[in-house]
Design a protein around this ligand. Sequence first.
Ligand code: ZN
Length: 271
Amino acid sequence: MPELPEVETTCRGIAPTLTGATVQGVIVRQPQLRWPVPPQLAANLAGRCVRSVSRRAKYLLLDFDHGTLIMHLGMSGSLRFVAPSLAPEKHDHVDIVLADTVLRYRDPRRFGAILWQQGPALAHPLLAELGPEPLGDDFGGEALYAAIRRRSSAIKQVIMDNHVVVGVGNIYANESLFHAGIHPARAANALTLPECRRLAGEIKAVLARAIVAGGSTLRDFVDAVGKPGYFQQNYMVYGRRDLPCHACGSLIRELRQGQRSSCFCPHCQPC
Ligand code: ZN
């Protein structure tokens, strides 16, 4: 699924074209996404100018004078610019039509969302309770340490909790724990402040590297200008069960946590 780096890549890809552009119309072919696309969306946006494009967690925010269009790519969504003459394909559910191009939303599994928020975007119920951005200045070792003092569940699950920090999906949780030398099953509140500093630093580093690489992992992710954003990154532990650790040669092990698999090196990440 699109993880935070893919959403950030999408945001950077679509922002230059959208910012300052006037919406000519909106074509909704399939309104049944995770939640219904608002029926008044076309009337609401026609003739309106996009003020700015930003990202909060995995939500894309298209800011207008009278509110914000909130978009989420769900499990399989993508956005790209296409020529107005290009016929839509089966899963192309929504077009945002500009003067000379179309922003086309494709989502085969339809777990994504396109919503309208009239007031301040960040007051929307989906956004209001979110924790800090991992790459922002208000997330770091001290903040992480403070947020997990009363959390006795496994650190891997805690850093994937959007109330603690947003946008740390399974791949990046696995990888940052490896780089920090922390076993994924350790109790969160057993981590020391130096460990939290190391972990927060590695979360920032792995996400920043993935953004540089242009996003990763999703086979059908397409970036905003139509190039495949799929980028095969070299992971240290993710997806490497029974393969030798790149650092020490021990065999990578896997365990189940919740519904997710965690890969770790038993030598580099002692329990
Ligand atoms: Zn190792």
